[in-house]
Design a protein around this ligand. Structure first.
Ligand SMILES: *[C@@H]1O[C@H](CO)[C@@H](O)[C@H](O)[C@H]1NC(C)=O
Ligand SMILES: *[C@@H]1O[C@H](CO)[C@@H](O)[C@H](O)[C@H]1NC(C)=O
Ligand SMILES: *[C@@H]1O[C@H](CO)[C@@H](O)[C@H](O)[C@H]1NC(C)=O
Ligand SMILES: *[C@@H]1O[C@H](CO)[C@@H](O)[C@H](O)[C@H]1NC(C)=O
Length: 378
């Protein structure tokens, strides 16, 4: 029985992950452009482009030949705010929605939304379950390479619509939110015998260097939440229980994540020194989530360990909605009390608080820039 549970959990995840850390791959493959034109868009207009995974996917997987394992287009997802399932892995709004609200933009539409071509406010390319590697859920998600190809297509479309100069301005002023999530890194920590020494500070650096020549010296603003304490997700707690003594990894995971986060800060800091106009904002998810998990009542929550929606210990089995390999699930009565909506993803309320920190955060938590400064074109 227990073995079966473990297998179920593993089935949910793709096991083929690679330690190679690819943020910079994303950062530099988005070819920067120049604002040479005289007819630039209004100074205040800052678009928002979103890449990567389920924490920021607004429903792209609804429009591909995917699987319910990496979709959230069924109830009770979406019920609190939208009143219908949109594909967001939340009871309501997710991180990019709150950023859009703060920035006075409409909710940024999934790129694949049929018939949508109004991209001047930005676009959401993220796809739940998408890892850095193409093999991750191959054919079932929009892998990173494809997300970037879509971005190129959009650039072309914008050029036809706005002209070359304005498109360049738009893209140079835009904010790029890139979430490196569970599927890229967290799962790996549970499924391989990782040791801190394998962590790729030097590797990130080398990778960055190899990409530098692709990066012309243009201003682009990147927002990169660092890695949260994965060991504290309901999913991880449940997995740890299921694995028992074999997988006493919970204690190992968070220190490794911390090391990774230190390496990320260091590399981005170095790049900022080397590249004109390269600006970034690291939002300290790790600190925020650790705080909220240890002192939920301070943040207006009652439950920070158990998910609102799921089954098993901590409702940590990823079954919310009953359409995945595990069919049973339980739903809490009042999601406002919960930090986690399903076994992996935050509730709407937790996302909202997180975006408040992204927007207004002081340098000890969000830096060197916060989103407010980015959207005010500072
Ligand atoms: C959709 O996925 C299923 C199952 O993986 C596959 O059999 C089918 O051929 C796919 N359809 C398309 C249009 O790709
Ligand atoms: C994991 O690594 C540790 C040392 O880093 C080693 O002692 C242990 O035997 C390894 N476990 C497995 C299952 O490979
Ligand atoms: C749900 O929880 C929130 C926060 O704890 C509380 O303000 C609200 O009154 C609760 N709603 C119900 C219907 O119990
Ligand atoms: C960050 O600094 C602010 C004041 O500048 C303080 O109120 C807050 O508690 C600090 N947060 C952390 C996590 O250190």
């Amino acid at each position: 029985m227990r073995t079966q549970q473990v297998n179920e959990v593993y089935n949910i995840m793709s096991l083929r992950f690679h330690l190679c850390f690819l943020v910079l791959f994303v950062v530099f493959l988005i070819t920067p452009t120049h604002c040479l034109g005289h007819q630039c868009l209004p100074k205040q207009h800052v678009a928002l482009f979103i890449f990567r995974d389920s924490l920021v996917d607004a429903g792209n997987n609804n429009y591909i030949n995917s699987t319910t394992e990496v979709q959230a287009n069924y109830g009770p997802y979406g019920e609190t705010f939208f009143k219908y399932p949109t594909g967001r892995f939340s009871n309501g709004r997710i991180i990019p929605d709150f950023i859009a609200e703060f920035a006075n933009l409409p909710f940024i539409t999934p790129y694949l939304y049929p018939g949508y071509h109004q991209y001047t406010d930005g676009a959401n390319f993220a796809s739940a379950g998408a890892g850095a590697l193409i093999e991750t859920h191959q054919g079932l998600v929009i892998d990173l390479k494809t997300q970037l190809q879509y971005f190129k297509k959009l650039e072309k479309l914008l050029r036809e619509k706005l002209g070359v100069a304005e498109t360049k301005t738009l893209l140079a002023r835009a904010v790029y939110l890139i979430n490196i999530g569970f599927y890229d890194y967290g799962v790996l920590l549970f499924t391989t015998n990782s040791s801190a020494s394998k962590l790729p500070s030097r590797r990130i650096r080398r990778y960055g260097d190899s990409q530098l020549d692709k990066c012309d010296q243009r201003g682009r603003k990147f927002v990169i939440p660092n890695l949260g304490p994965f060991g504290c997700l309901p999913f991880a707690r449940a997995l740890n229980m299921a694995l028992g003594n074999i997988g006493a990894r919970l204690q190992e995971v968070n220190p490794i994540v911390k090391l990774h986060n230190e390496a990320l800060s260091k590399v981005l800091q170095e790049l900022e020194g080397e590249l004109n106009g390269f600006k970034y904002s690291i939002v300290n998810s790790y600190t925020y989530l650790s705080e909220i998990i240890h002192k939920p009542s301070k943040y207006g929550f009652k439950e920070s360990r158990i998910a609102c929606c799921g089954i098993g210990p901590y409702r940590g089995m990823f079954s919310c909605g009953g359409k995945r390999s595990i069919k049973e699930y339980k739903l809490c009565e009042n999601v406002s009390d919960y930090v986690f909506f399903d076994s992996i993803h935050p509730s709407e309320k937790a996302s909202q608080q997180f975006v408040e920190l992204m927007w207004n955060g002081t340098p000890n938590i969000t830096g060197p820039y916060n989103l407010k400064e980015f959207f005010e074109n500072k």
